[in-house]
Write a protein that binds this ligand. Structure first.
Ligand SMILES: Nc1ncnc2c1ncn2[C@@H]1O[C@H](COP(=O)(O)OP(=O)(O)O)[C@@H](O)[C@H]1O
Ligand SMILES: [Mg+2]
Length: 325
């Protein structure tokens, strides 16, 4: 299904947020988010990427109506958040930064309190969300003895109680151990695939989003530098990586003999990068072997998203966040 044939569920239009920082002196402002537009379609597992301080949490707070944008607007399932707040937020389950619980109460009791806040739900529904996030059996333990991963899953359970169509989660795997990360990721994938939810999550880990999401947007210093369907970005930007003896000579051969754009890169990642295009790896491999090279590996480029991110951002490093007008 192409993106254009799907229903936009969360639309951010020209969102900006300027904070006035009094302690920096009169008139000093910080543009945390600048003219940000993006669309999350129903059924997406959308990864909103950016390094610490990029403006992710600020964006999510605006999308949830927790702070007012300086400019722009938020549409959730067609409802303008500013004009139809309740109708818009009825679609959404969310936590920004970390979910908070009463540590001395059980996971179940905490959910009952959440349920009370959202209009009350039956005990069976609390059982169902506990089951869904894999906390059945531990639900009567106090939250203070839960692992960080269990708390994140309890947070997701709380989000699920009002039966939202859209989950908005701020760095849901941040600080988790490998098992916790795996559990949360599997849960999110399953919520999208099996329960038909749409998930918009932020992360500072390119690799996480690359393996988890179907669409991504990358934010840097408050500005969007990339947005799209991951498979399309991959087709456009992911090249081939060649491990070979004499990389510089191999790159020259490939350029001349095969007409591909190949560059040798220096140690420690010695090898050759072949730019995306129509190059057939089998043809390249044969040319190299015929010319007497020893090919150790010829594979889809690893870390292509990191490279793309660095390429798009290196030109901006001169201007530290906060120093911009
Ligand atoms: N309430 C606030 N007042 C002033 N500055 C803020 C406030 N909230 C966030 N910021 C600043 O906005 C920038 C983006 O922060 P944030 O949205 O938390 O980034 P991220 O979630 O991507 O790490 C940072 O420079 C941060 O210091
Ligand atoms: Mg944040």
């Amino acid at each position: 299904m192409t993106a254009s044939s799907r229903e936009p569920l969360l639309v951010l239009e020209g969102l900006s947020k300027v904070f006035t920082r009094r302690w920096l002196g009169r008139g000093r402002e910080l543009t945390a988010v600048r003219d940000l537009s993006l669309t999350v379609y129903r059924g997406d597992l959308f990864g909103f990427l950016g390094p610490n301080g990029a403006g992710k949490s600020t964006t999510l707070r605006m999308a949830l109506g927790l702070i007012h944008p300086t400019a722009g607007r938020v549409l959730i399932a067609g409802h303008d958040l500013a004009a139809e707040r309740l109708a818009a937020l009825r679609q959404v389950g969310a936590f920004v930064e970390a979910p908070s619980f009463y540590g001395y109460l059980s996971g179940r009791k905490n959910l009952e309190i959440f349920a009370g806040l959202s209009g009350g739900v039956a005990a069976a529904e609390i059982d169902a969300v506990l089951e869904r996030v894999g906390l059945r059996g531990r639900e009567l333990d106090p939250v203070s003895v839960y692992s960080h991963g269990m708390r994140q899953r309890l947070g997701i359970a709380a989000c699920l109680l009002p039966k939202p169509g859209l989950l908005i989660l701020d760095e849901p795997t941040d600080g988790l151990d490998p098992h916790g990360i795996r559990d949360v990721r599997e849960l999110l994938v399953s919520l999208v695939r099996d329960d038909g939810l749409t998930v918009f999550l932020s992360s500072h880990l390119l690799s996480e989003v690359e393996h988890l999401c179907n669409r991504i947007a990358i934010l840097e210093q408050g500005e969007l530098i990339l947005q799209g369907e991951l498979s399309e970005l991959e087709r456009e930007h992911r090249g081939l990586s060649l491990s070979v003896d004499r990389p510089a000579e191999a790159a020259a051969l490939l350029r001349e003999r095969c007409g591909v754009q190949a560059e040798a890169h220096p140690p420690p990642r010695e090898g050759v990068r072949i730019r995306p295009g129509s190059a057939d790896p089998a043809v390249l491999n044969r040319a190299l072997l015929e010319a007497g090279f020893r090919v150790a590996a010829l594979e889809p480029e690893p870390h292509w998203l990191d490279r793309l991110f660095l390429e798009r951002t290196t030109t901006r490093e001169a201007a530290p966040a906060g120093a911009r007008p």
